[in-house]
Design a protein around this ligand. Structure first.
Ligand SMILES: Nc1nc2c(c(=O)[nH]1)N[C@H]1C(S)=C(S)[C@@H](COP(=O)(O)O)O[C@H]1N2
Ligand SMILES: [Mo]
Length: 333
């Protein structure tokens, strides 16, 4: 079942999203924030039907340029290749899961209201010296690179995108965890004023996710800070968003404000809501069905295709060793 991952230099030229698409998207976003009339025009293209209501949520101050924009594009790391075309940028940035902004896929406009500066990241728990670090200071310390990764949502859709960011291991090294630390727990911002989904009290906010330290320091574990050669759009999880492509998408937590090292296995957001459907490990496996649907294949967003799902989402050569001897664990839900 292991996929032979193509080397970066085998990727066809056509796999890169043309810059023209980025530019159109930028123009559309500018139009969308210019006012309600233009917004409904722009939103039609995005397949949005409740644009006027959302327009009122955009305030001028929310549109300050992202100060990290100048860091991109960054050099692509050719070790991580793709077996398929990149998803079109306008698809990956308008079809999102971000429950802080609502439970539909169409939250990209609402997410623009999230203030992203100042943004302080805490590194806490079992570390040599807990710290609070400003996002721009953190970004300046981290080795930024671009990686092409697949992403497989537990809902059986997938995409393939160019993330920019840094290996999670670089942050673990900065944090200097103590010997007893076994897990890394990550938490998303809390701001119900702008993230209206957080007003829904039946969800266990904040969104939390966790990895073992062995997973967090695996080469594939990546903190994404940019997308398509630019700063990360708000709807995709700026300023810090996990990308662990061998696991179902819900593990890839967005809008992170806290990294806590602990000896207790964290209970993640979805696990707390429905442990029988969303486990801690959540490794992709086509042979283990979700209780309510098959995981054997996936819909590639932005195309008419359905493709077979692969064990560890095709990344077994990087991660299968992490789980040797753990057959008694529910690794695939
Ligand atoms: N904080 C937070 N992170 C999150 C989610 C969320 O609702 N809140 N959704 C997850 C799920 S289910 C998926 S599939 C991916 C979606 O990422 P994308 O919108 O960039 O495709 O984000 C994940 N990270
Ligand atoms: Mo997901």
């Amino acid at each position: 079942m292991l996929l032979k991952i193509k080397r970066g230099w085998e990727i066809r030229e056509s796999a890169a999203t043309p810059e023209a698409v980025y530019e159109d998207r930028r123009r559309l976003l500018k139009m969308a924030v210019a006012g309600p009339i233009l917004l409904s025009g722009g939103a039609l293209l995005a397949g949005c039907d409740d644009a006027p209501a959302q327009a009122t949520q955009l305030a001028a101050g929310d549109l300050a340029p992202d100060p990290s924009a100048k860091l991109y594009p960054v050099q692509r790391n050719l070790r991580y290749g793709l077996d398929r075309e990149l998803t079109a940028e306008d698809v990956a940035t308008t079809y999102n899961n971000y429950y802080e902004f609502g439970s539909s896929k169409n939250i990209w406009q609402k997410a623009q209201a999230l203030p992203i500066r100042p943004w302080t990241v805490s590194i806490a728990g079992m570390v040599e010296k807990p710290m609070e670090i400003d996002i721009d200071d953190l970004l300046a310390k981290m080795p930024l690179e671009e990686r092409l990764y697949r992403h497989r949502c537990v809902e059986a859709w997938s995409m393939a995108v160019p993330w920019s960011g840094f290996p999670l291991k670089a942050l673990v090294d900065l944090a200097r965890p103590l010997g007893g630390a076994k897990y890394l727990k990550m938490a998303t911002f809390e701001n119900p004023q702008v993230a209206s989904g957080q007003k829904a009290s039946w969800y266990p906010w904040p969104y939390v996710e966790g990895l073992t330290l062995a997973e967090a320091t695996n080469d594939l574990a990546f903190i994404a800070t940019g997308l398509y050669g630019k700063a990360m759009p708000k709807q995709n999880g700026t300023p810090l968003r996990l990308a662990v492509p061998w696991k179902y998408g819900f593990k890839s937590i967005k809008g992170i404000v806290r990294f806590e090292f602990t000896d207790q296995r964290p209970v993640s957001f979805w696990e707390e809501i429905q442990a029988s459907e969303y486990g801690f490990w959540a490794n992709v496996n086509p042979e283990v069905s979700h209780p309510r649907w098959s995981q054997a294949s996936e819909r590639v967003i932005g195309t008419d295709e359905r493709v077979p799902t692969q064990l560890y989402n095709g990344y077994g050569e990087f991660v299968a060793d992490l789980y040797a001897g753990m057959e008694s664990e529910k690794l695939f839900m």
